[in-house]
Design a binder for this molecule. Structure first.
Ligand code: SAM
Length: 486
């Protein structure tokens, strides 16, 4: 059977799913200070306050489509210390050729260097003819998070498997489904019958048996690849590289560390660092010289951060499990040797990649978040920001970023920061600028020049002046501040 393409295949499915998601979203919008949809799509109408019901449905649908689809490009942040982008491009091309040969595909995805970021390689998706969407009789069920990772080009690893047909052996062809309702019992052997909540995420080949995955105690359980995904409806290229050469990272996240632009010898703080994708990038941009301190709230998360630093050759980075809100000691005047808290005015550069509602992650196929939950983020973000301002040296640079499209966590935070710290911090251009300017909303005090300093990635990013891989990304926001020298 010829594959009809992810959009056609899944839109219907996603629409039915999204009728719930849309209801939920409307509920959030009703409780938010700022109306997301209208802010994003039509500022003039917002001033006249039309009702969401009457006028905003097409906009809501556009937003749902954006949330429900997968960014078509795979971006890889390369590690210049271990190999040039050219070397990595060759490795990726060889991988794609091998995949094409084993899966009978004729046309290869394009692999190229990003024209702006020298440490970013871009891989397009497979063409529409390439995918086999025939449903296999043997099925594997995964959770939503795992389903999303598969749609974005990941293979399926053993811990993500919830259920597998009993007859599956190594080499069996299987169809993989995400359990949207999260009701499938772990270890189930018979086909999962909740057709309404079972979303097809692709076909693959089993590399493990049921016994490998489900037998034994939790600690003995296997962690490796359980299914090699061969045909996924999003058609996104699946690349696997040793971490020392490069890692998969979303385009705006790669850009974000370039906006901070740390230099060799700088004293840099990454306040919310785990799993360390940006930390390791900052280390690479610093050419592994200087001081880089990376904090995250919990011990588990810092273990993950440590592992990634090790795998990417950055074990010189100092990591601590610490609540960054409390990372400043206003009485302390000594240096920054040792663990936090640190004295005021200690860092040349600070990255605050804040915890956020993550309403920029795509595809967003299910959510359990409530409006109350969403509205709690700006409170935490402001407290982290207070600490960042305190820890920054006069003349130092602070980059604030999120992976959400919600105005209240982005432009709203910037406006609050400028009002709270007049004469202390100033907004500067978040160069290199790729995303669109900041959004305006009724009562917003940000000037047009200030909004042009910001960059936002989301459903409204125009493709006119930028490349498709720079606009078809997750939602993201970047603001850059400088502490005014006294
Ligand atoms: C957006 S993620 C960071 C992603 C990371 N910068 C990267 O690029 O790999 C936000 C992180 O903030 C951490 N976090 C949340 N509250 C925190 C706090 N008060 N102090 C330190 N870390 C915190 C979370 O544990 C989470 O790992």
């Amino acid at each position: 059977m010829k594959f009809v393409g992810y959009e056609k295949l899944s839109t219907l499915k996603l629409y039915t799913k999204y009728s719930n998601f849309a209801k939920k979203m409307k509920k959030w919008l009703d409780t938010l200070d700022v109306n997301l949809i209208e802010c994003m799509y039509d500022n003039k109408r917002l001033e006249q306050k039309p009702s969401l019901e009457k006028d905003s449905i097409p906009k809501l649908e556009k937003l749902q489509n954006w949330f429900g689809s997968v960014p078509r490009f795979t971006t890889i942040r390369t590690n210049p210390a271990t190999g040039s982008s050219d070397t990595i491009i060759e490795i990726i091309k060889t991988q794609l050729q091998e995949q094409a040969a084993s899966r009978g595909r004729k046309t290869l995805p394009e692999v190229k260097q990003d024209p702006l970021l020298k440490d970013c390689v871009v891989v397009s998706c497979w063409d529409e003819q390439s995918m086999n969407s025939d449903r296999q009789s043997q099925e594997v069920i995964v959770d939503v998070k795992c389903g999303v990772a598969i749609l974005r080009g990941a293979d399926l690893f053993a811990p993500g498997v919830i259920a597998m047909s009993s007859e599956t052996t190594i080499g069996s062809k299987v169809s993989v489904y995400a359990d949207l309702a999260q009701k499938c019992l772990w270890g189930r052997t018979t086909p999962y019958s909740d057709l309404e909540n079972k979303m097809f995420v692709g076909n693959g080949i089993a590399l493990m048996t049921r016994k490998d995955i489900f037998a034994g105690s939790t600690k003995d359980r296997k962690t490796g690849r359980a299914i090699e995904m061969t045909d996924i409806p999003s058609r996104v290229s699946s690349i696997s590289l040793p971490p020392k050469y490069g890692i998969l990272q979303n385009y705006p996240s790669i850009l974000c560390s370039h906006v901070l632009n740390p230099q060799p010898g700088d004293i840099v703080l990454d306040m919310c660092a785990s799993p360390g994708n940006k930390t390791t990038h900052l280390a690479s941009l610093m050419k592994h010289e200087g001081t880089l301190i990376a904090l995250d709230r919990s011990k588990n998360k810092v273990e993950k951060l440590d592992l990634n630093c090790r795998l990417q050759g950055c074990d010189w980075v100092r990591t601590y499990a610490y609540n960054s809100i409390e990372a400043v000691d206003k009485q302390k005047i000594s240096n920054i040797d040792g663990p936090p808290p640190y004295p005021k005015n200690s860092f040349d550069k600070i990255l605050l990649d804040a915890p956020c509602s993550a309403l920029g992650q795509r595809p967003h196929i299910n959510t359990s978040m409530t409006a109350k939950h969403i509205n709690s983020y700006p409170i935490m973000q402001k407290r982290l920001f207070d600490t960042a301002v305190s820890l920054l040296k006069p003349g130092g640079v602070l980059v604030y970023s999120t992976c959400t499209i919600l105005v209240q966590e982005n432009e709203g935070l910037v406006e609050w920061a400028l009002n709270t710290y007049p004469g202390v911090i100033e907004l500067v251009r978040a160069d290199p600028l790729v995303g669109s300017s900041g959004t305006e909303w009724p009562g917003s005090q940000l000037t047009s020049d200030q909004r042009k300093c910001l960059q936002r990635f989301g459903p409204d990013l125009s493709q006119d002046s930028i490349e498709p891989h720079q606009s078809d990304t997750i939602g993201f926001f970047i603001a850059k501040f400088r502490k005014i020298p006294t």
